[in-house]
Design a protein around this ligand. Structure first.
Ligand code: NI
Length: 177
C-alpha cells in the first residue's frame, strides 16, 4: 500500500485500542515496503514518531524520527529509527513530565509522566537484535509509540485535565510560534 492510501485512525476508532501482533517476516518485501511508506507518511504529517496501528496495521512496529518541524519546533534531530517487536528491559526510577501530542489525537497536547531513561531491545529493519539506552525526549517518544502497540494513548497517562491544552495554545506558550 502507498502511504497516500493510509488511513490515519483517530481516538474513538476501536483499532487504536488493540494489542498489536508481533512482526514475523521482517525482511519480506511487504514489511520493507510498509516501513518505507510509513516513514514517508510520518514525515508528510510532521510527526516525530508513528506506530503501525495508527494507520490501522496491527503489527508491533513503529518509527521514531524526531526533528524540528511546525508541530514540534524544538524537537531534537535524529536519524529515522525503525523499531520492530520492541520491549523495555529497564526503566529509571526517575519519571519526568513532558508535553506530548499524537497524530491520532489532532489539535491537543498533554503533559505526560514518562521514565527519564529506559533500556530497550528491538529488531532492526535489517533483522538485527538491538539493545540501546534512551534518555529524555527520545525515551519519551519510544514509550509513547510502544504504548500504541498495546492500545494505549497518551491521554490515558495524563494526570489532570488541567494538563491538557489545545495545540494552538501550546505552540503560543511553549515555542516562539
Ligand atoms: Ni501517538
Amino acid at each position: 500500500m502507498n502511504h497516500t492510501d493510509f488511513e490515519l485512525i483517530q481516538l474513538g476508532h476501536p483499532h487504536l485500542r488493540r494489542q498489536a501482533e508481533p512482526v514475523t517476516e521482517i525482511l519480506s518485501t511487504e514489511t520493507q515496503h510498509l516501513l518505507d511508506e510509513l516513514l514517508a507518511f510520518v514525515i508528510a504529517k510532521n510527526g516525530v514518531g508513528i506506530a503501525a496501528p495508527q494507520v490501522d496495521i496491527n503489527q508491533r512496529l513503529f518509527i521514531m524520527c524526531s526533528r524540528p518541524n511546525s508541530r514540534y519546533p524544538l524537537a531534537p534531530e535524529m536519524a529515522p529509527t525503525f523499531v520492530i517487536n520492541p520491549e523495555i528491559i529497564w526503566r529509571s526510577d526517575e519519571v519526568e513530565k513532558g508535553w506530548e501530542g499524537c497524530l491520532s489525537l489532532p489539535g491537543i497536547r498533554g503533559l505526560v509522566p514518562r521514565h527519564q531513561a529506559i533500556k530497550v531491545q528491538y529488531t532492526s529493519r535489517s533483522n538485527e537484535h538491538i539493545e540501546v539506552e534512551y534518555t529524555g525526549f527520545i525515551a519519551r517518544v519510544f514509550q509513547h509509540e510502544l504504548d500504541h502497540l498495546d492500545g494505549i494513548v497518551y491521554i490515558d497517562r495524563v494526570e489532570s485535565t488541567h494538563e491538557i491544552m489545545m495545540e494552538k495554545e501550546w505552540l503560543k506558550q511553549f515555542t516562539n510560534n
